[in-house]
Design a binder for this molecule. Structure first.
Ligand code: M6R
Length: 359
């Protein structure tokens, strides 16, 4: 049940710090090896390319997974939308390994690719929140998210749990490959920092209610931008707002602004900007100036390492690939309150089902 919460979505947003701690306890026991089947670690470590396949929010988590595996396991990775992948199979590498992400484990688009991968004799892993789901039963391996049931149609804690579990596997595979980057990756420490930062954000519901009113109150369109890892989270934050508030949103790579989208920036248009990646922060700041010069209503969410005077939200700095654990919570709460303020049903938006079991 919802307990004392008015909605499942708010309860599930607030559960995220506990989910981070649970994943850490489960998969990263102190002074013990990472708690993942060694056969799975070995199988992934031998791959020459990883193929992530997922839909919706899980697809957005797989974009982060690609970055985690390339950095910490040094295995090239691709992330594909299941409904595209299934009908347009790419030319595969010699030793591919398939990783499916699905909160429900029932998504038909993803299952269709899994069935074909199995038919081709390719190795498969499903990362899911539901142990006895169809995908968990059908894949060679499965890893559980331990996020607890997610009831709200808009996925929240599954996304952050997916990123955390991807990071655990990427570290385990990188260690198996004896990579310094993986050995020195203090993932337990990072997840603890992320959990504390999430706590700080979720402890302050009223502030998010006010920010949503100020930036999204009367919006009919909203833009989310960022580069690199901040681009990945901008896609997820944009999906969150659009699917529950019905505000038209677009998440895009900040550098693409000048290639078209800037034509839509007019006075008052909300532009939520994520700036947590030091390597690209200055370029994104330049984009913020372009938006402001056209009257856009810019809300900056920055990490401490990238912060500048005037930034509305500043969050602790984590390693780049884990920043979405925290930045997405800001996006979730903005979407939540913008929807409540419109008097809409947060948990059950129109036209959507929790799991999409048709192709
Ligand atoms: O259960 P799955 O993770 O496979 O579901 C995938 C998408 O249907 C799901 O993430 C959907 O996009 C959510 N409504 C997003 O909030």
């Amino acid at each position: 049940g919802k307990g004392t919460y008015p909605t499942f979505m708010l309860k599930e947003i607030d559960e995220q710090p506990a989910v981070m701690r649970r994943i850490s306890q489960h998969y990263l026991p102190v002074d013990q090896p990472i708690a993942i089947d060694p056969a799975l670690i070995q199988h992934v470590a031998q791959a020459d390319r990883l193929y992530f396949v997922a839909a919706g929010t899980s697809y957005h988590a797989s974009l982060v997974g690609k970055r985690l595996f390339e950095r910490y396991a040094q295995i090239p990775a691709e992330a594909g939308v299941a409904s595209e992948f299934g009908y347009h199979w790419p030319l595969l590498s010699a030793k591919p390994f398939f990783i499916f992400l699905s909160q429900s484990g029932e998504t038909a688009d993803s299952r269709q690719v899994l069935v074909e991968a199995k038919r081709r004799g390719l190795p498969t892993l499903v990362i899911t929140n539901v142990a006895n789901s169809t995908l968990a039963r059908e894949a060679d391996y499965h890893l559980l998210l331990h996020a607890g049931p997610e009831i709200a149609v808009a996925s929240t804690k599954a996304y952050t749990a997916q990123i955390a579990v991807e990071a655990v596997l990427a570290k385990a595979v990188g260690e198996r490959r004896q990579l310094g980057a993986a050995q020195s990756f203090d993932l337990a420490g990072q997840l603890a920092l992320a959990a504390n930062a999430m706590d700080e954000i979720t402890d302050n519901h009223q502030a998010w209610d006010q920010l949503a009113a100020e930036y999204l109150g009367s919006a009919t369109d909203a833009f989310y931008l960022g580069r690199g890892i901040d681009y990945d989270v901008s896609l997820e934050a944009a999906l969150k707002l659009k699917e529950i508030s019905y505000v038209h949103t677009e998440g895009f790579a900040a550098g693409e602004l000048k290639h078209g989208t800037i034509a839509l920036i007019e006075p008052g248009v909300p532009v939520i900007t994520f700036i947590t990646e030091q390597a690209t922060a200055d370029h994104t700041r330049g984009n913020v100036q372009e938006v402001k010069a056209r009257g856009g209503n810019v809300l900056v969410i920055a990490s401490e390492a990238c912060q500048q005077a005037g930034d509305q939200i500043v969050i602790p700095t984590l390693t780049d690939e884990l920043m979405p654990l925290v930045t997405v919570v800001c996006g979730q709460l903005l979407a939540y309150y913008a929807t409540l303020q419109r008097g809409l049903n947060v948990d059950q938006p129109r036209n959507l089902a929790k799991s999409v079991t048709v192709e």
